[in-house]
Write a protein that binds this ligand. Structure first.
Ligand code: PEP
Ligand code: MN
Length: 346
C-alpha cells in the first residue's frame, strides 16, 4: 500500500507514519515529491494497517497497491523517472540511441565504431567485455582490458558507456569503468546480482529475460529499486516464441504496457530481438512509434568478421541510414532525438 501525505505535512508526521510501518516489521520507503510526500509500504501489509495509517495526522489517503511490484509501479510513482548521466537523459522527451559492437574486439574496431556512431547521432556507446555466450567455445570477451578500451573510446568521443556485468563479484570492477551497468537477458532473475547492482549508484539497464513475462521483469526491477537504486532503465530485447525465423520475437506491445504500469524508462533492442541486420531498422522504427525512450543497436565495422553477433550488426552506412529515418517517427510522438551535444563535460 501507499500512504499519500497531505500537502505541507510536517517531517514529524512523516516520521511517525514511517515508524508505525516499521514497528510491525514492514519497510517504509519515503519519496518526497514537489507537492506530495508518498510513503510506500514494502512487505506483506495486512488490511488493518490501512485503517491505522489513515488515522495518523498528516495522512491524506492510503491506497492499496494491487500489483506485486510496488516501487516500480506507476501507482507509487506517477511521474516518469528520468535517468540522467553526464549530459544524457533517458526517459524524458528525448529518444536516446545507444550503439556499438556486441563485443569489444580491439582498439581499432571499437574506436572506429565509436566515431561512426557518434557522427551518426548516437549518444551512448555500447560494447561487451564480459560476454554471456551460449557455447563456452565462442568468444567470451576481453574482460577488463576490453573495459579499458571502452572507457578510452567513450572519453575520446565524449559518450557515456554501457556494458554488461554478469556476476555479483564483478560489479565493483565493471562499475569502475561503466556509466550504465547492463544486466543481460540471461541474468534478469539472478537475484543476487540484482541486489548488488542495486547497491551501486550507477544507472542499470535491465534487459527482459528470454522467457519472462512483464510482471516478472518488473519484479526483477523491484529488486534493484528496493536496494535504493532508483535509476533503472528497462530494455525489451525479444522473447522466445515458437517462431524460428527470427532469433526472438520482439514484444512491441511491452513498450506501451510498461509506460502504463511503470514510471521507469523503456528502450528497445531490435538487434537481439531479431538476430538479422535487415530486420533491425524496421523494428527500431516500430519501437519508437510505440513510445520507446531509446534504442540499443549493434554496429560493427565489418559484420562478416565480427566475433559476436555479426548477422544482426549494422554496418556504419546502415546505421547512418537508420538514424536518418528515426526523426519523423520521433516527431510523430512529440519527441526529439537526443543530439550528441557538447553537454557532456570533458
Ligand atoms: C548484448 O547486449 O550483447 C546481449 C548479450 O544481450 P541479451 O542479454 O539481450 O542477449
Ligand atoms: Mn550481442
Amino acid at each position: 500500500m501507499i500512504v499519500v501525505m497531505k500537502t505541507g505535512c510536517s517531517q514529524d508526521e512523516i516520521k511517525r507514519v514511517a515508524n508505525r510501518i516499521e514497528v510491525v516489521g514492514l519497510k517504509a520507503h519515503i519519496s518526497q515529491g514537489i507537492e506530495h510526500t508518498v510513503i510506500g509500504v514494502l512487505g506483506q501489509a495486512f488490511p488493518e494497517l490501512r485503517d491505522t495509517l489513515e488515522l495518523l495526522p498528516g495522512v491524506e489517503q492510503v491506497i492499496p497497491v494491487t500489483k506485486p511490484y510496488k516501487l516500480a509501479s506507476r501507482e507509487f510513482h506517477p511521474q516518469d523517472t528520468i535517468v540522467e548521466l553526464n549530459g544524457v537523459t533517458i526517459g524524458g522527451n528525448e529518444i536516446v540511441v545507444m550503439a556499438g559492437p556486441c563485443a569489444i574486439e580491439n582498439e581499432e574496431q571499437l574506436f572506429s565504431t565509436a566515431r561512426a556512431v557518434k557522427a551518426a547521432g548516437a549518444t551512448v556507446l555500447r560494447g561487451g567485455a564480459f560476454k554471456p555466450r551460449t557455447s563456452p567455445y565462442q568468444f567470451r570477451g576481453l574482460g577488463e582490458s576490453g573495459l579499458k578500451i571502452l572507457a578510452q573510446a567513450g572519453k575520446e568521443t565524449q559518450m557515456p558507456i554501457i556494458t554488461e556485468v554478469m556476476a555479483p563479484d564483478y560489479v565493483d570492477l565493471v562499475a569502475k569503468y561503466a556509466d550504465i551497468l547492463q544486466i543481460g537477458a540471461r541474468n534478469m532473475q539472478n537475484f543476487v546480482l540484482l541486489d548488488e547492482v542495486g547497491k551501486t549508484k550507477k544507472p542499470v539497464l535491465l534487459k527482459r529475460g528470454l522467457s519472462s513475462n512483464i510482471q516478472e521483469w518488473l519484479l526483477a526491477a523491484e529488486y534493484i529499486l528496493a536496494q535504493g537504486n532508483e535509476q533503472v532503465i528497462l530494455c525489451e530485447r525479444g522473447i522466445r516464441t515458437f517462431e524460428s525465423y527470427t532469433r526472438n520475437t520482439m514484444d512491441v506491445s511491452a513498450i506501451p504496457i510498461i509506460e502504463k504500469v511503470s514510471h521507469l524508462p523503456i528502450i528497445a533492442d531490435p538487434s537481439h530481438a531479431t538476430g538479422k541486420w535487415y530486420l533491425v531498422p524496421p523494428l527500431a522504427l516500430a519501437a519508437v512509434a510505440a513510445g520507446a525512450d531509446g534504442l540499443l543497436i549493434e554496429v560493427h565495422p565489418n559484420p562478416d568478421l565480427a566475433l559476436a553477433d555479426g548477422p544482426q550488426s549494422l554496418t556504419f552506412d546502415n546505421f547512418r541510414l537508420l538514424m536518418s529515418q528515426l526523426l519523423p517517427l520521433a516527431e510523430a510522438r512529440n519527441r526529439k532525438l537526443a543530439t550528441p551535444s557538447a553537454k557532456i563535460k570533458p
